[in-house]
Design a protein around this ligand. Structure first.
Ligand SMILES: CC(C)(COP(=O)(O)OP(=O)(O)OC[C@H]1O[C@@H](n2cnc3c(N)ncnc32)[C@H](O)[C@@H]1OP(=O)(O)O)[C@@H](O)C(=O)NCCC(=O)NCCS
Length: 147
């Protein structure tokens, strides 16, 4: 996908329940499509709108060590039809082509049910804890207040 799809992708991510108040989905999209080490992959279906309708996404990136997948989303009206699996396979192909030997992703603690979706695709718990903080103090404060 290209910069032109930023608004449509952000709307899909909101509809799929992935966006939190401290997230910047438009900024995330634009950073991901700007450089060679990352991309946003999309499934576009024919529809009434010109250029089709975006119904699924996966953001991919390589950090030099591993491949990561973010923003795996299927529009609620199109879930349960194999699109999530298809976009994950496309993400794996992209990362393999980029030279990543391993793919990883994070699942929010409040979204544990979705682990079964990933397990069907061969993913397993890596027995690690993920720690993090915002580098922008204002965003870190907002996250603490709202989470
Ligand atoms: C998770 C998500 C991407 C799956 O997409 P999808 O197109 O509905 O998935 P598929 O149709 O490819 O499903 C593949 C299998 O996983 C199962 N599955 C899908 N979502 C599941 C869920 N939330 N919990 C448990 N199992 C799930 C399906 O039942 C299916 O099983 P089957 O092969 O036995 O039929 C989609 O439900 C979604 O966008 N959810 C909201 C956003 C989200 O939570 N993203 C993940 C962030 S980590």
């Amino acid at each position: 996908m290209t910069e032109d799809h930023a608004e449509e992708a952000a709307a899909l991510w909101r509809a799929a329940g992935l966006v939190r108040p401290w997230n910047d989905p438009l900024g995330d999209f634009r950073r991901a499509v700007a450089g060679p080490a990352s991309a946003v992959l999309g499934v576009v279906e024919d529809g009434p709108s010109e250029g089709g309708t975006l119904v699924a996404t996966a953001m991919v990136g390589v950090d030099g060590h591993r491949g990561w997948v973010y923003y795996v989303a299927v529009h609620p009206s199109r879930q349960g039809k194999g699109l999530g699996s298809a976009v994950m396979r496309a993400a794996e192909d992209w990362l393999r082509d980029a030279g990543a030997p391993k793919v990883q992703l994070m699942v929010r603690a409040g979204n544990r049910d979705v682990v079964r979706f990933y397990e069907r695709l061969g993913y397993t718990d890596q027995d690690t804890l993920t720690l993090g903080r915002f580098l922008d103090p204002e965003l870190e404060q907002l996250r603490r207040e709202l989470s």
